[in-house]
Ligand binder design. Structure first.
Ligand SMILES: Cc1ncc(C[n+]2csc(CCOP(=O)(O)OP(=O)(O)O)c2C)c(N)n1
Ligand SMILES: [Mg+2]
Length: 558
C-alpha cells in the first residue's frame, strides 16, 4: 500500500497527463499542492504570477498553443474571482484549460465560511464542467475526465474545486493513464459529397477557424487549397491557420474585414466552413449569412455536434475535426478549372487591402507593422488583446505558415502580456512579440514582473493614444464631442519597464521603431517599446475628426 496525500496524488496525475507548466498565485487553501509541486519543480514548474487574471490568461494561451489543457491554480473566493476573465476567454475561444480552485474544508462547507464560494454555481454557465473533488481517492478519475472533456468536442475550461482537508487526507490509489481528445471522423459519403459540391460550385469559398487544429491539419489545409485551387479565408483571430503569403489566401472574416471579401462570402454559392462555429464576430452580427438557412449551400464541419445547426442550418453538417476532414477529402475531386481565377482574385484583393495609406502624426502604424511583418522570422508568435490598436496587426501582419497569432476571440482586454509569457515558456526558441494598447497593457502589465522572474525575453509593444480608443471611436460616432469615460492619463511605460529591470524605450517617430526594436531583441531580456501615436490615428480608415463628423452627420439625419 502506498498512501499519498491529495496534493501528491493531484500533482502525480498532472504529470501523468504530461503537464509541463502550472500557472498561479498561491493561497493558503492549497498549500498541500504547492508542497507536492516542490518535489517536482524541475518537471512541472509553478509559474508564479502577479494576478490570477494573468495566470488564467497564461493557462488559456498555453491551451490555445498546445491543444493540451493549460493548468492554473488559484485560491478560494478572491483568487477564483480574479481568474474569471481567463475562464470566460477559454469558453469563448474554445481553449482547453483546467483551473484548480482552493476550497474551504468539507467540515465548514455551506456555512459561508471565509472566502467560500460554490464554484459549481459560480462557473456553471461559463465552464464546460465545474466540479468539486471531495475524496482524495477519486482525484485520478476527476483529472482524467477533466482533461478529456477540456480537449474534446468543442474544447473549453474545466473548474475543479479542492477542499482543503481533501488535499491533506491520504489515499492509496493508482494514477490515471494519459488521455487524448476524442476524435471525430467524417463518413466517406460526406467527404465525397463535399468534394462534389465544391467541384460543381461556381463561386466556392472555404472559411477556417476554431480550435482543434495542429501542424498536420494546417499542412493538410495548404495541400488541399493547392490541389483543389480554392480560396481560403480565416475567421476572426484564427488568422494563423493559413499562410497569408500563400496565393490562395483570401483574407480574414471578422471585425474590420475587407468589404470585398465579405462580398465574396455573400456571393458564394458553396461555403465550406471548417472548425469555425460561425459566431457573432465572424458573421458581422449574424447578418453576413441568413438565419436560419443561408442562401449559400453551407457545408459546416465542426468537431462538436452541438454547434452544427445551432444558428445556421447547413446543407451538409459534418461532425469532424479539421484534421480528420482534410485527411479524408480528395482534393482533386473538388477541383474545377472554373475555380482557377477565384483564388488569385481573392488574394489580389487581400494584397490591395493591406497597401499602405497615409496616417496622421509622426508614427505611421502602417509602415511600422509592415516593417515588423518583413522583419519577424517565419516562426514568430504575435500576441494581442482587444482594442483598435490590434486592427493594424490583424490587417497588415501576415500570419500563418509557422507564424502564430495568439489573440482572444472573446475580445477581452489585458491578454497580450500574459499570453506572450505563456508563448515564450512553451516556445523558448521563437521570437515572441506582445502587442498592446495603453488601456489593454494596464490590465496585466504587472506580469512583466513574471517575465523578469523567469528571464523570458519577450518584446512588449505598447501603442499609446492616451485613451480607451475603441470606445472613444463608438462615442464620437454616437455622441460626438461628449468625451466620457474614455480618456487615460498614462505613466512613462518605458521607465516602468526599466524599473522592473527590463529594457525600455520610447518611440515617437516611425524611423525610431526599427532600431529600437532591434535593440529590444538584442537586449535578450524582457523589453518594452512605448510607442506614442497621434490620437487622430484612431482607426485604420478614419481619423478622430472624421468620426466626429460622421457622428454629427448621423445626428442631423436622425
Ligand atoms: C476586459 C475588458 N474590459 C473592457 C472592454 C471594452 N473595451 C474594448 S476595447 C477597449 C479600449 C481598448 O483600449 P486600448 O487598449 O488603449 O486600445 P485602443 O482602442 O485605444 O487602441 C475597451 C475598454 C473589453 N473588451 N474587455
Ligand atoms: Mg488606447
Amino acid at each position: 500500500m502506498t498512501f499519498r496525500s491529495g496534493g501528491e496524488i493531484l500533482v502525480a496525475n498532472l504529470l501523468a497527463q504530461r503537464a509541463t507548466h502550472a500557472f498561479g498565485v498561491p493561497g493558503e487553501s492549497y498549500l498541500a499542492v504547492l508542497d507536492a509541486l516542490y518535489g517536482v519543480r524541475d518537471r512541472l514548474p509553478f509559474i508564479i504570477c502577479r494576478h490570477e487574471g494573468g495566470a488564467a490568461y497564461m493557462a488559456e494561451a498555453y491551451g490555445k498553443l498546445t491543444g493540451r489543457p493549460g493548468i492554473a491554480f488559484v485560491t478560494r473566493g478572491p483568487g477564483a474571482s480574479n481568474a474569471a476573465v481567463g475562464i470566460h476567454t477559454a469558453a469563448q475561444d474554445a481553449s482547453p484549460m483546467i483551473v484548480f480552485v482552493g476550497q474551504v474544508g468539507t467540515d465548514m462547507l455551506d456555512r459561508r465560511a471565509f472566502q467560500e464560494i460554490d464554484y459549481r454555481r459560480m462557473y456553471g454557465s461559463v465552464a464546460k464542467w465545474a466540479a468539486q473533488i471531495d475524496r482524495a481517492d477519486r482525484i485520478p478519475e476527476y483529472i482524467a475526465h477533466a482533461y478529456r472533456l477540456a480537449m474534446s468536442g468543442r474544447p473549453g475550461p474545466v473548474v475543479l474545486a479542492l477542499p482543503e482537508d481533501m488535499l491533506t487526507s491520504a489515499a492509496d490509489v493508482a494514477d490515471a493513464p494519459y488521455v487524448e481528445a476524442i476524435g471525430a471522423t467524417p463518413s466517406l459519403d460526406d467527404v465525397r459529397t463535399t468534394a462534389a459540391m465544391l467541384r460543381d460550385a461556381q463561386r466556392p469559398l472555404v472559411i477556417v477557424g476554431g480550435s482543434r487544429w495542429d501542424d498536420d491539419a494546417r499542412d493538410a489545409l495548404r495541400r488541399f487549397a493547392e490541389s483543389a485551387q480554392l480560396p481560403i479565408a480565416c475567421a476572426f483571430r484564427h488568422q494563423d491557420l493559413f499562410d497569408h503569403r500563400h496565393p490562395n489566401y483570401a483574407g480574414d472574416v471578422g471585425i474590420g474585414s475587407n468589404p470585398q471579401l465579405l462580398a465574396r462570402v455573400r456571393d458564394a454559392d458553396v461555403l465550406l466552413v471548417i472548425g469555425e462555429r460561425l459566431g457573432e464576430t465572424m458573421t458581422s452580427g449574424y447578418t453576413l449569412l441568413d438565419v436560419p438557412t443561408p442562401r449559400q449551400a453551407l457545408i459546416h464541419v465542426h468537431p462538436s455536434a452541438d454547434e452544427l445547426g445551432s444558428v445556421y442550418q447547413p446543407a451538409l453538417a459534418i461532425c469532424a475535426t479539421p484534421g480528420a476532414l482534410l485527411a479524408a477529402i480528395d482534393a482533386n475531386a473538388a477541383r474545377s478549372s472554373r475555380h482557377e481565377s477565384l483564388a488569385a482574385e481573392a488574394h489580389a484583393s487581400y494584397e490591395a487591402w493591406r497597401a499602405p495609406r497615409a496616417v496622421p502624426g509622426d508614427v505611421d502604424l502602417w509602415q511600422m507593422v509592415r516593417w515588423l511583418d518583413e522583419r519577424l522570422p517565419d516562426d514568430a508568435i504575435l500576441t494581442n488583446g482587444a482594442g483598435n490598436y490590434a486592427t493594424w496587426v490583424h490587417r497588415l501582419f501576415r500570419y500563418g505558415g509557422k507564424r502564430r497569432q495568439v489573440a482572444p476571440y472573446s475580445g477581452s482586454m489585458g491578454y497580450g502580456v500574459p499570453s506572450a509569457i505563456a508563448a515564450k515558456l512553451v516556445y523558448p526558441q521563437r521570437l515572441v512579440v506582445s502587442w498592446n494598447g495603453d488601456g489593454c497593457f494596464q490590465m496585466n502589465g504587472q506580469e512583466i514582473g513574471t517575465a523578469m522572474q523567469y528571464a523570458l525575453p519577450v518584446v512588449f509593444v505598447v501603442i499609446d493614444n492616451g485613451m480607451y480608443g475603441t470606445i472613444r471611436m463608438h462615442q464620437e460616432r454616437e455622441y460626438p464631442e461628449r468625451v466620457s469615460g474614455t480618456d487615460l492619463v498614462n505613466p512613462d511605460f518605458a521607465a516602468l519597464a526599466r524599473s522592473y529591470g527590463a529594457h525600455g524605450e520610447t518611440v515617437c517617430a516611425t524611423a525610431e521603431f526599427a532600431p529600437a526594436f532591434e535593440r529590444a531583441v538584442a537586449a535578450n531580456k524582457p523589453a518594452l517599446l512605448h510607442v506614442r501615436i497621434d490620437p487622430q490615428a484612431l482607426t485604420m480608415g478614419a481619423t478622430l475628426d472624421d468620426l466626429r463628423k460622421q457622428g454629427y452627420a448621423s445626428h442631423e439625419r436622425a
